[in-house]
Each structure stands twice: as structure tokens, then as C-alpha cells.
Design a protein. Structure first.
Length: 253
């Protein structure tokens, strides 16, 4: 009797082990293939790979995005972000009435761990807010916002400081001025960025950060009269986020 019990226990443990292994393999495969939809999309739309531009060069990258075709297929797409020197080269979406949707859905509506690069409805879609917060996952295979963590290296920040956001008929050019670890508070619900006194105090706190993990380019002039974007991703710790912030330099229409 005791032997039979041990056999049953052994079978149960084997089944549990196989299930755990299968789940682990599934997770690995999902991570490995994360972002494939977006890579295929760039091929289908004949979008050239992002190129590295010298920081001081006052040239515009020609808008490579056919927004008419893109939004006809994916109506929640309203912009595209590219950061030369990284793998950040994705459409930006916003879901009306559901800020959490794109945490675990790709732009085609499929439930996937990589989700999408998205903003919430606390921000408009015109980048006219004082601070527009853009979210993306930190995927192990390097996709989505994973390569933002390269900005933990100060030289990398200085060499790769330009951000381009494309919308139909215009291009917005930004310069990165800060990259640092932050807590997991919801920025748009924690600060009234439209209040210039609050926004200025917030910027002062960012620009004077002294932590070893923070990289701040103090040569960039940023004030409450400016408009910034905050790129937000995970930092391998549920209590932390990694933020990369850039100030709007100019708009080409």
C-alpha cells in the first residue's frame, strides 16, 4: 500500500514538473518572439531601419510612415516613435475608455505579453501636454522599451540623445535630458504638470538628481515653459520604473 502511494505521488510530481516545464517553455518562446508583429509591420510597410544621426546635425529624417494605411488597419495608432541608436521603433497607440488594454494586447488586438507602446487618456494625442507619458514593456529579447536601459550609461545618453515622433504630416524632434530609476507611482495622477509652479519644481528635482543610477544632461535647458515626454518601462523590480525623459526641440510640418 505504501509503495502504491509513493508511486502515485511520484506520478503527480512528474505531471506537475511537466506542466511547470511546459509553462516555462511557453514563457520563453513568448519572450523570444516578442515584438515580431511590429518587425513584420515595418517590413510590410517598407519602413527603412532607423539610422544613427549625429546629435548636432540639424537635418530631419523624412517621415517614413504611411499613416493612412497604418490607421486604416490599426485605428488606435496615432503616432510612431523612433530613437536612433536603440531598438525603439514602434507605433504609439491609445485605447479609448481602457487605459490598461495595451499593457497586454498588441496593436492587432491579440493578447500578448509584449503589449504595445501606448499612452493613457490623461494625455492628449497631440503632444501638447506639459508631460506626455509613454509606456512600454522591458522585454528580455531586447524588444519594446528594453533598450532604454542603455541610457544607464552616461556616454550612451550623450551619443544617442535624439528622439523622433512622427504623426501624419509632421515630425516632432526631442532631446533626452534625463534617465533614472524612479518609484512606481503614476506620474499623471501624482503631479499636476499643467501647473507651472508644480512642473518647475518637478523638473528641478529631476535635474538635480545625484544618484549613481541617474544620468542627467545639465547642458540641456528645460523649464516649465517646455513640453517633455517621459518614456516609462520596468526596472526588474515591481516597486521601480526606469524613466527616460526628453524635451521638445522643434516641430516640422
Amino acid at each position: 500500500m505504501k509503495k502504491k502511494i509513493l508511486i502515485v505521488i511520484g506520478i503527480i510530481l512528474l505531471i506537475v514538473g511537466l506542466l511547470i516545464g511546459a509553462l516555462g517553455l511557453s514563457r520563453v518562446l513568448k519572450e523570444k518572439n516578442a515584438g515580431k508583429l511590429y518587425e513584420d509591420l515595418k517590413v510590410d510597410m517598407d519602413i527603412e531601419p532607423i539610422i544613427q544621426l549625429p546629435n548636432a546635425k540639424e537635418e530631419w529624417i523624412e517621415n517614413p510612415i504611411d499613416f493612412d494605411s497604418l490607421t486604416a488597419q490599426y485605428p488606435d495608432v496615432y503616432a510612431w516613435i523612433r530613437i536612433p541608436g536603440t531598438r525603439v521603433d514602434y507605433p504609439i497607440v491609445q485605447r479609448e475608455g481602457d487605459n490598461a488594454y495595451y499593457i497586454d494586447h498588441t496593436i492587432d488586438g491579440k493578447k500578448k505579453t509584449e503589449g504595445a507602446i501606448f499612452t493613457e487618456d490623461y494625455n492628449g494625442k497631440d503632444f501638447e501636454d506639459a508631460n506626455t507619458v509613454i509606456y512600454g514593456h522591458n522585454m528580455k529579447n531586447g524588444s519594446m522599451f528594453k533598450t532604454l536601459h542603455k541610457y544607464k550609461d552616461k556616454q550612451f545618453l550623450l551619443d544617442n540623445s535624439e528622439v523622433y515622433i512622427y504623426q501624419k504630416d509632421r515630425v516632432l524632434k526631442y532631446r533626452i535630458f534625463a534617465a533614472y530609476i524612479y518609484d512606481n507611482r503614476h506620474l499623471m495622477l501624482s503631479f499636476d504638470f499643467e501647473d507651472k509652479k508644480i512642473f518647475q519644481k518637478y523638473l528641478e528635482n529631476v535635474l538635480t538628481k545625484k544618484e549613481m543610477s541617474s544620468n542627467i544632461d545639465t547642458t540641456v535647458n528645460v523649464t516649465a515653459d517646455d513640453k517633455i515626454i517621459t518614456l516609462c518601462t520596468c526596472n526588474n523590480n515591481e516597486a521601480q520604473r526606469y524613466l527616460v525623459q526628453a524635451v521638445l526641440l522643434s516641430i516640422q510640418e
